[in-house]
Design a protein around this ligand. Structure first.
Ligand SMILES: [Zn+2]
Length: 167
């Protein structure tokens, strides 16, 4: 795959986010390798767009300061600063860590039109975003705990990126 130099055209896949994270998409092989120790529930949610039951996820009541990163590839998705209690039973945030880290995809499943969120690097399913969130964005990112891994402030999530060809 050809890497573009700091491409920033809207809709184009970026090689690197504004916060400096590698956003080159992961190959199927790399994703399978990273998911090899996943539980059945993790596979169902992250790889098959499943939804965990409400009030069950391990990160719902987490109030520590830090970063919520992608369970599969470690890309930072949300900061604890934007977490709020939505009352829905799923961890909720009003803005992503970096806009390029969380992708929006139109989802017409279950007879509804919703906006699905996927990881900006590995394409794993994260949850959905709705427009009934709090200020300043008015957005409510409704996440599956199982799609994320929490890292306390000061710790950097290990990054799993696509190996460079021939490297
Ligand atoms: Zn990811």
């Amino acid at each position: 795959m050809k890497m573009s130099q700091a491409a920033s055209v809207a809709g184009e896949i970026l090689a690197e986010s504004s916060k400096g994270y590698d956003l080159r998409p992961l190959s199927r092989k790399t994703r399978e390798h990273l998911a090899k120790d996943f539980t059945a529930e993790e596979r169902r949610v992250l790889l098959s767009q499943g939804t965990e039951p409400p009030f069950c996820g391990g990160l719902l009541d987490n109030k520590r300061e830090g970063i919520y990163a992608c369970r599969l590839c470690g890309l930072p998705l949300f900061s604890s600063k934007s977490k709020f209690n939505s009352g829905t039973g799923w961890p909720s945030f009003y803005e992503p860590f970096d806009p390029a880290h969380v992708k929006d995809i139109e989802d017409r499943s279950h007879g509804m039109l919703r906006v699905e969120n996927r990881c900006g690097r590995c394409d794993s399913h994260l949850g959905h975003v709705f427009d009934d969130g709090p200020r300043p964005t008015g957005l409510r990112y409704c996440l599956n705990s199982v799609s994320m891994q929490f890292f306390d402030a000061g710790t950097e999530p290990p990054q799993h990126v696509e190996p460079l060809a021939g490297g």
